[in-house]
Design a protein around this ligand. Structure first.
Ligand SMILES: [Fe+2]
Ligand SMILES: [Fe+2]
Length: 376
């Protein structure tokens, strides 16, 4: 297997200098070009339902569409500072009992914490929006390069889902929050890697299994914590789609990965590990601290050491690890990925529910779908 140096560009997973050396150098970039070469595949086998689970997912997707413009209560007034205070109050205060003596945060009053909370929302939602565009692009790619008609059909519905997700996050940022952030450099690195790989299953593995697996967990966490009703509903709607998307990855790759050789699986394991590290690195608030003029290294060290943060970060992997297990990626090649996920501190999730069938649980109930409610 390759070394950490070869896979993630550094020997130590937690080498902070190396992590922070990856930063966004062109914050005013408006177009980002990624070169890639891949085969576009036609299939002349139009038998619908040859892959019954994918067909069922496609039928489910057709009846689960919602309209980002009309189905969400956009007339909700959002006082961002008040939301920050209410969220903090609901989850144990601004500092959550952490001892900040001797740190750049020690002298902060409520004013700074509120500003930080607002920037945190701007940053977090901006990264979700960029990730959603990554999903839009990857899924359009899958329509082209997956060889099965049932998967092409399903992927086409996901393209629409992702367009809607980009749309609603962008609208929320523009009309309810107070600023955008450019894409985090670690997230961009990961999206670039996924897009530039020519193998069709790598698009799935990178996007549906890794990025969307993490998004589903992160949305669930924020959905539970936020006190703002519009964002809560927006996330609820997005999650009902994301659960299908993650299932799409698991259902498509499960059989295919059983046919791969150890050498082929090695590439997939290394790719999954690389993606996991990039996603962990992307959650360190680098650009947020830069913008607020806080010493970045000191602040990120604190973030990495905080027990609450560690719990949150590892929870982000609660969907990814069982799904990798279901695909056979944890145990191939002497359990290499199992060891690596152990080093990252996330292996404890391996026996949690995988998301191959979980999407029904996330589906919107009839009363939750305004389009249905209006016509009733
Ligand atoms: Fe999405
Ligand atoms: Fe998605």
């Amino acid at each position: 297997m390759s070394t950490n140096e070869q896979i993630i560009g550094r020997a130590e997973i937690n080498d902070l200098e190396a992590i922070l050396s990856v930063s966004n150098t062109d914050v005013n970039e408006t177009i980002h070009h990624v070169e890639s070469h891949y085969d576009t595949i036609f299939t002349w086998d139009y038998e619908k339902g040859a892959r019954p689970k994918l067909n069922r997912l496609y039928e489910k997707a057709k009846t689960s569409q919602w309209n980002g413009e009309t189905d969400l209560p956009w007339d909700t007034e959002v006082d961002q500072a008040a939301v920050v205070v209410a969220n903090a109050f609901a989850s144990g205060g601004f500092t959550q009992g952490i001892d900040l003596d001797g740190t750049p945060f020690a002298k902060w009053t409520d004013k700074e914490w509120i500003e930080f909370g607002m920037e945190n929302q701007n940053w977090t939602l901006s990264q979700f929006m960029h990730g959603e565009q990554g999903a839009l692009i990857c899924t359009a790619r899958i329509v082209e390069n997956v060889p099965w008609i049932d998967a092409k059909y399903y992927a086409a519905t996901q393209v629409m889902d992702e367009a809607r997700h980009v749309e609603v996050f962008a609208k929320y940022l523009d009309t309810k929050l107070s600023g955008h952030y450019p894409i985090n450099a670690h997230l961009r690195l990961l999206l670039d890697d996924i897009i530039s790989d020519s193998r069709w299953d790598m698009t799935y593995l990178g996007m549906q299994i890794m990025v969307e697996g993490l998004a589903l967990a992160a949305f669930g966490f924020i959905h539970q914590l936020t006190t703002e009703p519009l964002l809560k509903q927006l996330l609820r709607y997005v999650m009902s789609d994301e659960a299908r998307h993650v299932a799409f990855g698991v259902l498509s790759l499960q059989d295919y990965y059983q046919e791969l050789t150890s050498a082929e699986l090695k590439d997939r394991q290394e790719f999954a590990f690389e993606a996991a590290v990039r996603m962990r690195d992307r959650f360190l608030f680098q650009e947020l601290f830069e913008r607020m003029g806080i010493p970045v290294k000191e602040a990120v060290t604190l973030v990495m050491q905080s027990p609450e943060r560690q719990a949150f970060q590892s929870l982000l992997f609660s969907k990814i690890v069982p799904n990798c297990k279901k695909l056979g990626l944890l145990d191939a090649n002497g359990g290499w990925l199992r060891k690596k996920f152990g080093e990252l501190g996330v292996i404890q999730f391996e026996d949690w529910a995988d998301t191959g069938e979980e999407y029904d649980m996330f589906a919107l109930a009839n009363g939750e779908t305004p389009a249905v409610a209006k016509s009733a």
